[in-house]
Write a protein that binds this ligand. Sequence first.
Ligand SMILES: Cc1ncc(COP(=O)(O)O)c(C=O)c1O
Length: 289
Amino acid sequence: MKIWLDGELVDESQAKISVFDHGLLYGDGVFEGLRFYNRRIFRLEEHIRRLFDSAKAIVLEIPWTQEEICEFTRETVRANALDDGYVRLVVTRGSGELGLNPYLCPKPSMFIIASTIKLYPEEKYREGMALATCATRRPAPAALMPQVKSLNYLNNIMAKVEAIQAGALEGIMLNEQGYVAECTGDNVFVIRDGKMITPPVSDGALDGITRQVILELAPSLGIEVTEKSVTRYDLFTADEVFLTGSAAEVIPASSLDRRTIGSGSMGPWTEKFIAAFRELTRTTGTPVD
Ligand SMILES: Cc1ncc(COP(=O)(O)O)c(C=O)c1O
């Protein structure tokens, strides 16, 4: 596998980061995860834009332009001769002295991995997935801005552990007020009586690119969607719940905390969204070649 690292494509065995990199020492950095389908990178510009927004919010100056990073991403996919797959793009604060001070790290590091990812078993995309509510909360926006896709994922990882220990594959994370924020690595949509709601970003969700795609698709599919606070009660009593993420794509939820959601299987609206999403991924995106 070829990895893009700080300006060059190197063999996986040569792709190394310093133990003094603050990305490793303190989780000081930002990242993106995006997919490519049929040699076209889905929503590439949006992901790179979010990367720059995340970096700006944490005072991390990326020494390349957005256009250059789009180009490096295409180059990395080409170098790995994959038609379909997943890109992980990471910008770290770079090497510096021990101690938190990011101003002592002269140069950020960036690497791009083009590989594959499989988050959930195939049958869950038809049958739906069990969810569990996690005890670990999303950090308050004043603690860690939820829009920033940073290298601080420990909250989400602990929440994921709780979900798995409860026998579920994904967990619902609440914010400090007890409202649903999102899942550990996906956004959440709730449908009842032909209307759809999703938590606003201000309730602690990442401003997901796939979430945005669903918001765009909703009118053309003939369903009204509102960004408003969501409670566990809304999920328990929903007709349908589905999750969205670049890695997860669009996947139905069948239960929450062992309470069946709707029919307990994929609902008709979810099926429509999955079909429309797949159509978009098949027919749009930035060509790799
Ligand atoms: C915490 C969290 N929420 C939501 C998402 C989904 O966002 P996107 O659709 O941009 O991949 C992700 C994906 O990386 C995530 O890590």
